[in-house]
Write a protein that binds this ligand. Structure first.
Ligand SMILES: Nc1ncnc2c1ncn2[C@@H]1O[C@H](COP(=O)(O)OP(=O)(O)O)[C@@H](O)[C@H]1O
Ligand SMILES: [Mg+2]
Length: 449
């Protein structure tokens, strides 16, 4: 093992985007190394393959080298070697400015291909980049206040659905997306594989989760008022969000097809399997497992087939932004923990609707866990959630040809499936939040239809 590999083995698990958890890393190999900026500092794009006890993952790393590391980069130091200090150059704006030039110039550098979206207009390459602080599974660079480049940290072989769906939606003329402007890719296992996506930065955008939870805080602060009486009432926004969601679903169906071929029997089987697996991990599900399973077993009696199409796939309030022009949907990657084939599969748009309805519940109830646990607040949280969930469905139904509330059996099944997943997640990571999905399960299985 060389010194660099040893440094990476220690450094990778300390990164938020690293997906291997605490599993022991057995080997780190550099599969591809391309120099993008030479000199001091220099920039190389590395593809790493990381073998650990649970399998092999691939990552993209912008590796910077400087003879002397300045203080502002100390927090991204990886190690030292030939030529100086190695560090994560995603945080070095002196180097990342170059990426925009490469996209604008449609450059090909070694195995890397940089592309701009035809018709998107010229890019201003004089802008400077900054890595945004709320780094999550990916790392994004903002250029001026004009563009945002999302660099995918963990790579999945193939075209990322985030790029694929953004290109389809911009061709369909969607006004509810951040315009895609370019991307860069390389071949992995002989397949073009997306490494990054450049989009218009939403200068006036505010995160949907922040807006929604702000409204809940307002409600809690107004001791005696109801959700429809307080200044921060969110229902009109929820209704507009429902309409935006329906418009995007419509455009996705038109661009990439919709077929009435979804099999309720098959979906029911999958959901029952999810439940069986979840029960093994989350004993708290036991009390409701039978009732949930009965719901899953029963819906194919009411619904035989349903329409399937491409959907967002990981839809919640943290994936939407409110701009002065309306709601915008972000991040069409799907659930990153699933294989690409599953993420690209057509399914019912009710899956997205259920995801957002669950998110309204979380927005309403997470403060109960953290600060307020009394029945009065609990009642008000329910009221907020019910009001906004309903408004979202009204907005959706007004814009679409279908009303999600008329497909209750299927919608409830998707919500239950999501809540079962949440129970597993919360038992693993935040046991005090468990009651949020448990409350939802109780509500749905207690509902008589
Ligand atoms: N076009 C954009 N304009 C402004 N902010 C954005 C834009 N795209 C993403 N963001 C911000 O970055 C966050 C993460 O983006 P997202 O695409 O969801 O990446 P991730 O895969 O890391 O979740 C968003 O929640 C939002 O705050
Ligand atoms: Mg996201």
């Amino acid at each position: 093992m060389d010194a660099f590999e040893k440094q990476l083995r220690e450094w990778l698990p300390t990164q938020r985007w690293y997906a291997g958890g605490a599993r022991t890393i057995e080997r780190v190999a550099v599969e591809q190394r391309t120099e993008l900026v030479s000199g001091d500092p220099s920039l190389q794009l590395l593809l790493l393959s990381v073998e650990h006890t649970g399998g092999t993952d691939r990552y993209q790393l912008f590796l910077g080298t400087r003879s002397r590391l300045t203080g502002r980069l100390a927090h991204v130091h990886i190690g030292d070697g030939e030529g100086g200090a190695y560090y994560d150059a995603a945080h070095d704006s002196e180097l990342t400015d170059r990426l925009l030039e490469l996209v604008a110039g449609q450059a090909e550098v070694g195995p890397l291909r940089f592309r701009s979206v035809p018709g998107a207009g010229p890019l201003d390459v004089t802008l400077h980049s900054l890595a945004i602080p709320h780094e999550q599974t990916n790392t994004s660079l903002v250029y001026g206040e004009e563009y945002i480049l999302k660099t995918f940290r963990r790579l999945v072989t193939g075209t990322n659905p985030d790029l694929e769906l953004h290109l389809a939606l911009v061709r369909a003329g969607s006004t509810h997306i951040a315009e895609p402007l370019g991307w860069y890719e390389t071949d992995v296992d002989a397949e073009p594989t997306t490494l990054g996506l450049l989009q218009r930065f939403l200068r006036t955008g505010t995160d949907g989760w922040l807006l929604a939870t702000g409204s809940v805080r307002d409600l809690y602060a107004e001791a005696d008022l109801h959700a429809d009486e307080v200044g921060g009432d969110f229902a009109a926004e929820s209704e507009r969000l429902g309409a935006a969601t329906a418009a995007v679903h419509h455009d996705l169906a038109e661009a990439l097809g919709a077929e009435p071929t979804g099999s309720a029997a098959e979906l029911s089987r999958t959901m029952r399997e999810h439940l069986a697996e979840a029960r093994r991990e989350a004993p708290s599900l036991a009390v409701h497992a039978r009732a949930i399973d009965e719901r899953f077993a029963a819906f194919p009696d009411q619904v035989d087939t349903f329409t399937v199409q491409r959907v967002h796939g990981d839809y919640h309030l943290g994936q939407v932004m409110r701009t002065t022009d309306g709601w915008v949907l972000l991040d069409f990657e799907g659930e990153p923990e699933h294989p690409l084939e599953y993420r690209r599969a057509k399914t019912s748009p009710l899956k997205d609707i259920a995801g957002m309805l669950r998110s309204f519940d979380y927005a309403a109830e997470h403060l109960l866990v953290e600060q307020y646990g009394d029945p009065q607040h609990e009642y008000r949280a329910r009221e907020w959630s019910a009001r906004n969930r309903e408004a979202f469905c009204v907005g959706y139904a007004d814009e679409a040809d279908t009303d999600p509330r008329e497909q209750r059996a299927l919608l409830h099944a998707f919500e239950l499936d999501k809540a079962v997943y949440e129970v597993v997640y919360e038992s693993r990571h935040r046991p005090s939040w468990l009651r949020i999905p448990m409350n939802a399960i109780e509500r749905i299985v207690g509902d008589s239809d």
